[in-house]
Write a protein that binds this ligand. Structure first.
Ligand code: SAM
Length: 284
């Protein structure tokens, strides 16, 4: 049986049948263009050898495009009405039984996933896109790569290199897991309702060797937060308190880590932050 995709009229009819009016609170902008969902799946290089997790499947347009490849999908949806309807939509579009597992839950709170997914593909709800991405990368080490659609500014920030204005704490935290790349722009006209922001695709590959343990990651991220919390200040000032008791002591820590104490947070790579954290004694 061949999987068929949802058309724009069918998506609206499904929403009407469920009495769903898309809400901003849940970032409900549904993709109503088959070419766009196929493009996302193509950029993510999904094959039938993969196991995909999708965050926020909504009415199922991207879900069906992923299932069209033959890869099984675990889909996490917070809106009960959408989560409940998705299996029937999939069945009516030629998806074989067992290929789709729906988890009716808040993706930010999910700590276990059926299906052992290795790829993340999602059109993320805008208001929680960065926290949900970082939560999934942290919680599911089996996720080797992914492609997500996010607000343009967020995608640019995730893929930003040190030295740019847009480079911030999310850029460093994302880089902890591996490299990120911008992978295309998406017209606002492919959404219903049409959002008032532009969207981009952004892809990541997880490094084969992790940069550190969970405890090391937490230490690095707290230093990153302190540094970017006062991003205009020199590191010896912004990190006094976080890595040492005074600006003078912070200077010593930074110098020992091979980092210029007069530099600012936006100039540092994730590996610079890792070296700084390694100089800070761990509380017993
Ligand atoms: N994938 C669908 C598409 O492309 O048409 C819908 C994408 S829409 C931008 C985001 C979806 O995420 C909505 O279905 C919304 O209900 C869901 N959502 C919002 N917050 C969520 C959360 N915390 N956990 C899981 N799903 C969430």
């Amino acid at each position: 049986m061949t999987v068929t995709l949802l058309g724009a009229a069918e998506i609206r009819a499904l929403a009407a049948d469920l009495d769903v009016t898309p809400t901003k609170k849940l970032g409900q902008n549904f993709v109503v263009d088959a070419n766009t969902v196929r493009k996302i799946v193509h950029v993510a290089r999904v094959t039938d050898a993969d196991r995909v997790v999708e965050i926020g499947p909504g009415l199922g347009s991207l879900t069906l495009a992923i299932l069209e490849t033959g890869a099984p999908v675990t889909a996490v949806e917070i809106d009960h009405r959408l989560a409940e309807r998705l299996p029937a939509t999939a069945g009516a579009h030629g998806v074989p039984a067992g290929a789709l597992t729906v988890v009716d839950a808040d993706a930010l709170r999910v700590t276990a996933l059926p299906g052992d997914p290795n790829v993340l593909v999602a059109n993320l709800p805008y208001n929680v896109s960065v926290p949900v991405l970082l939560h999934f990368l942290e919680t599911f080490p089996g996720l080797q790569r992914g492609v997500v659609m996010v607000q343009a500014e967020v995608g640019e920030r995730l893929a930003a290199a040190p030295g740019s204005k847009i480079y911030g704490a999310p850029s460093v935290k994302a880089a902890w897991y591996g490299p990120w790349r911008l992978a295309g722009t998406v017209s606002r006209q492919v959404f219903w309702p049409v959002p008032n922001v532009d969207s981009v695709l952004v892809g990541f590959e997880r490094d084969e060797t992790p940069r550190g343990t969970d405890a090391e990651r937490r230490r690095v991220f707290s230093i990153v937060d302190a540094a970017f919390g006062q991003r205009r200040k020199m590191l010896r000032q912004s990190l006094a308190g976080a890595v040492a008791e005074s600006a003078a002591a912070a200077s010593e820590v930074l110098t020992a880590a091979g980092v210029d104490p007069t530099a600012r947070a936006e100039q540092l790579t994730v590996d610079d932050f890792v070296r700084i954290a390694a100089q800070v004694p761990v509380a017993p």
